[in-house]
Design a protein around this ligand. Structure first.
Ligand code: FMN
Length: 148
């Protein structure tokens, strides 16, 4: 059984829905999973025994949602000691914006800059395709969750 925390950045709730769907799926497979809607650097330090999934949308012109903005600032200014910690990344965006998925990639880079290790490539969900982001995320999850 693995412990998983999904750190969500969202404006209108789509990323929250994706995070909740992933947590529910993981729980149904016997893992301990929860969603964190107000991420703080301290959460990382207190949960080094967990696999972290970051699931954020993009807003404005390549900005992170407000609820994960402070977290990003903490990563880049306080440099929490998370070197070697593993995480996965889900980015929700829309390719009609010139800043497609940029904020999510920036969050990914901030984690890598302080030594966290991403497993696999980021899952980038493009609202423009009209596909169901929860279904896409669950398919992606099935691709690696059996290794937990
Ligand atoms: C005002 C606004 C600005 C957006 N800006 C971007 C952007 O810069 N880059 C991007 O890839 N997507 C952008 N999007 C698309 C959202 O990230 C996408 O629709 C996402 O699924 C929304 O998820 P949420 O409901 O969790 O916030 C924007 C959407 C809105 C409404």
């Amino acid at each position: 059984m693995a412990k998983v925390i999904v750190f969500v950045g969202t404006v209108m709730g789509t990323a929250e829905g994706v995070g909740l769907a992933m947590a529910k799926q993981l729980e149904s497979e016997g893992h301990k999973a929860r969603v964190e809607m107000s991420p703080r650097a301290q959460d990382l330090l207190e949960n080094k025994d967990a696999l972290w999934i970051f699931c954020t949308s993009n807003t404005g012109a390549g900005d992170l949602p407000d609820n994960i903005q402070d977290f990003y600032v903490q990563l880049t200014q306080e440099f929490p000691a998370i070197a070697g910690q593993h995480y996965r990344m889900v980015i929700l965006g829309d390719s009609c914006y010139p800043t497609f998925a940029e904020a999510g990639h920036r969050l990914d880079a901030a984690l890598a800059d302080i030594g966290a290790v991403r497993d696999g490539e980021p899952l980038v969900l493009d609202a423009m395709t009209g596909e169901d982001p929860q279904e896409q995320a669950l398919t992606w999850l099935k691709g690696w969750a059996e290794t937990l």
